[in-house]
Write a protein that binds this ligand. Structure first.
Ligand code: ZN
Length: 393
């Protein structure tokens, strides 16, 4: 990638915010053996900020170092809290766009969890595309109305049928996100009634809440509302709605084709100003957060406390890798059975089912996303663990 200009707006005046790492190249690629987990290569993040459009991205991102095969697993649908979010999103899209009997296409659909939910609740057809799709690996099959292809992108014939195009948590993985937006725009062609739904992590949440565990090599981009709307509008899509979702952690955009409308002056100057201020303070705040958690974990270990980390997604994997010198968590807990029994890249910590904690209960459970704290407490109580539950963030 061209390291000297912004990947969203092409402006040349970038600010290097910080260098971060080394972190494992893949956070969501869990390994079958501890040796394989230790052998996962690592990379460094050079976080750059574009004051023109408010975008943040990893200037040293190299997509050739990443691969998304069938071992790549990001589903959060095993969490009741996440599932509730997904159901509410599906219901909102169904109600707003009258999807009954229509066709939804999802680019980067993972194992098809969201598409299945949408089609079941909305009575629509679903066509999913994802290179990491592993057909019925865990014996769960998709509903009849849903089919998933391991092709990365839909062919034109699929676009021609699409009433809704969904693309969740894909744009941030791409070195050239405008290419995907352009492909979607080309695919929709002159069907102005087709709606596109994009969802990405919200960089402002990471900056505000010090979600430093969200800085992962797999993410090239960290979108703000300003940079996401700029990307979509420049790609010929008209943004009808762009809101924060999932407790502010995500950005959700609904857009539709527009006939080469000239881009309006960006009304989001308030977002740009807030982003610039947060970016300025971020490096020092990040270091302070890292130090606080390393000290806390060192103290717990010294006191002989047994620590479990809850959540083997990006945040948990990054957390154990960054504080690994101080903490020896005897396991990372995850509700997703596709993750259990596997090992975390870098530290090679084993991924456990919650029930596995019963034999040697932890003294402390560190929850990687505060939005899940209530359900973790409930699960800890149900299993009779008697552990102290604390959240990162
Ligand atoms: Zn820019």
């Amino acid at each position: 990638m061209d390291e000297s200009s912004c990947i969203v707006c092409d402006a040349a005046q970038l600010r290097l915010v910080l260098e971060f790492g080394p972190v494992p190249l893949h956070c969501n690629l869990l390994l079958a053996t501890a040796d394989a987990a230790r052998a996962v290569p690592s990379g460094t993040i050079q976080l750059a900020f574009c004051p023109d459009c408010g975008h943040l991205f990893n200037r040293s991102f190299d997509p050739a170092r990443l691969s998304y095969d069938a071992d790549y697993e990001t589903s959060q649908h095993f969490s009741p809290r996440f599932r509730r979010y997904a159901e509410e999103l599906a219901d909102r899209l169904i109600a707003r766009y009258g999807l009954r009997g229509k066709t939804a296409v999802e680019i980067g659909c993972g194992q098809g969890d969201f598409l299945a939910l949408l089609c079941e609740r909305g009575g629509c057809q679903g066509l999913g595309f994802d290179q990491s799709y592993a057909a019925a690996a865990d014996g769960q099959s998709l509903p009849e109305a849903v089919s998933v292809s391991r092709e990365a992108a839909p062919p034109q014939a699929v676009y021609d049928r699409a009433d809704l195009v969904i693309c969740r948590h894909v744009l941030e993985h791409l070195a050239e996100p405008h290419e995907l937006v352009a492909a979607v725009r080309r695919g929709i062609g002159d069907r102005p009634e087709t709606v596109v739904y994009f969802e990405v992590p919200n960089a402002l949440f990471t900056l505000r809440e010090l979600g430093i565990w969200d800085l992962i090599y797999e993410h090239c981009s960290y979108f703000t509302a300003a940079s996401l709307s700029r990307l979509l509008e420049d790609g010929g899509l008209s943004v009808a709605s762009l809101v924060e979702a999932f407790g502010g952690q995500f950005l959700a955009a609904e857009a539709s084709p527009t006939a080469c409308r000239p881009r309006l002056a960006d009304p989001r100057t308030d977002v740009l100003a807030e982003t610039a201020a947060l970016v300025g303070a971020f490096p020092a705040r990040l270091q302070a957060t890292l130090k606080r958690w390393r000290t806390l974990c060192a103290d717990l270990t010294e006191a002989g406390q047994r620590v479990a980390v809850w959540g083997a997604g990006s945040k948990g994997v990054t957390f154990v890798n960054l504080v690994a010198q101080e903490i020896r968590p005897y396991g990372i807990v995850d509700l997703n059975p596709r993750k259990q029994g596997r090992f975390v890249p870098g530290t090679a910590s084993p991924v456990l089912a919650p029930a596995a904690l019963r034999s040697e209960p932890p003294d402390v459970i560190i929850v990687m996303n505060p939005i899940y704290e209530t359900e973790v407490r409930r699960e800890s109580d149900r299993l009779g663990l008697g552990a102290q539950v604390m959240s990162v963030g």
